[in-house]
Write a protein that binds this ligand. Sequence first.
Ligand SMILES: Cc1ncc(COP(=O)(O)O)c(C=O)c1O
Length: 436
Amino acid sequence: MKNQNYLWHPNTQMLEWTKFPKIVRGEGMWLIDDDGNKLLDGVASMWCNVWGHSKKELISAIIKQTKKLQHSSLFNLTNEPAEMLAKKLVKMSPNMAQVFFSDNGSTAMEIAIKIALQYWNNLGLKNKTKIATLENGYHGDTFGAMSVGYVPEFFSKFRSKLFSTLQFKVPRQYHLPRNITLKEFENICLEKIEDRLSKDDMIAAFVMESGAQVAGGVNIYPKNFQKRINTICKKYNILFVLDEIATGFGRLGSMIEYKNQDCHPDIVSFGKMLTGGYLTFAATLTAKKISNSFLGKFSEGKHLFHGHTYTGNPIAASLALENIKLYEKTKLIQKIQKTSKVFENRANEFYELELVGDVRQKGMLMGVELVNDYLIKTKKSINKIVFDEGRKHNIFFRTLGNVVMLVPPLAISNNEINLLVDGALKTVKGISKSLK
Ligand SMILES: Cc1ncc(COP(=O)(O)O)c(C=O)c1O
């Protein structure tokens, strides 16, 4: 980069970029830069945008609350929007009783882990401190969240400082060991999980993404895989902790994905789409038995040892309430079930491209895995190659490794979703051509 850049961009080799497109406006599904170029927001601004940009109801909710109360603490005080949102989330989420608010997905997962560990401590089972997880899970970039996740590409530099977890394999059709079917491998994975969980009474919790692993490469679980892990956890008295930060609130075609998976978690986290993608906010919900265990005399020290300055911020909470109201008013989930059929119906078109190894899709989430050896070995980031080519076709892409993510705002129209698929096909073709 020639000029000094004061702004440090996330997960970015700054030397690879001479200039970042400067976004000055957002209109519906489109982002507009300072030269007036339009980009279709193909990643819902990192998977959080629901309605597109500049949705007037959401802007009004922010302004209305901003005029009344911008921030007030949940330490010693309460506020109406946070109270109302907690009630709403509990009513929407089967088996949940209480909500702890925080600022982003990583903090929501840190809190989930701390609550799970302190739960056993509160019951006097101080040795129950191990956490079980799945390989390739992603729960955020803070140390606790990295520890329960672990995508090697992201976290290897920090490995020595991560706490250890028990990690189990995930059945993935495209990455199966040789000479084995998906069902057989799934059964082996579950047997290994049950075998280990049955023998170790120090395991406090099993933590996993709900419905699919997103950052780990769009790995959609086989039907009932998650439910069977839930059953194993119940059998061996291990808390079942779900991360719905990327997959809840409609991404996979359901509002509450664990309901769709017929699961009964003890703790669950929501983030990203909770505020429609307009303000940073997240929630960690707990079942009654969990929150009850934190009650006692002050001197017993059972209360939760956690808090953030902006916990329960009233502007973000008002926005989330308005956002949920819009989901209900517009029947967004039913609409998503229809629009996602466009994805489903067009997925096969990617297999005709020589660079494409696999396509995985559920609801409004699609991952197109690229395979070309040269592409994988190139010293440039695949993200940069795909981003530059995508821009030529007016689409904003951000890849995960060699997986091109198609993660549009949930309210996208059929027409625009077709534009996104067309743009992705042209982008992959364009990359193939440039490699020749
Ligand atoms: C499943 C999941 N959990 C947690 C996080 C972390 O959320 P945040 O980036 O808001 O910290 C993410 C982010 O992509 C995620 O996909």
